[in-house]
Design a protein. Structure first.
Length: 121
């Protein structure tokens, strides 16, 4: 099986329970002093992105969670080959974990440590 090209994506997301969201945003904004690159609300989640080196660090309010989760983006040059590759390696897909924009060619998988990865082209 030929391995597709993979590289880190532009985004890292931390899904934070509602009761920790405000303090978490203040930590990255005021304590670390990271630059805000995007803020807003996407029902039902609040979200904010900070410049984090060459990437965006998204803090998403996730009321359905009881603890924080780290989600990563991985880019590939061929989404179909990537899907076959992950299937061959028995990586579990979670296409229903979070809806993707229609124009986005991608899917969700989980690592054995339950870290979600957005695989996109």
């Amino acid at each position: 099986m030929v391995k597709p090209n993979f590289e880190p994506g532009d985004n890292i997301a931390i899904k934070v329970p509602s009761h920790q969201y405000d303090r978490t945003v203040l930590f990255y904004k005021d304590v670390l002093g990271l630059e805000i690159v995007s803020a807003g609300s996407q029902e039902p989640q609040e979200r904010m992105a900070f410049k984090f080196g060459n990437q965006n660090l998204w803090i998403n309010c996730a009321p359905e969670t009881s603890q924080s989760e780290l989600w990563l983006e991985v880019k590939t040059d061929n989404i179909e080959k990537a899907a076959e590759y992950f299937n061959h390696h028995q990586a579990v897909r979670y296409d229903d974990i979070e809806p993707l924009a229609r124009e986005l060619k991608g899917f969700w998988i989980s690592s054995p440590a339950n870290i979600f990865h957005l695989i996109n082209e």
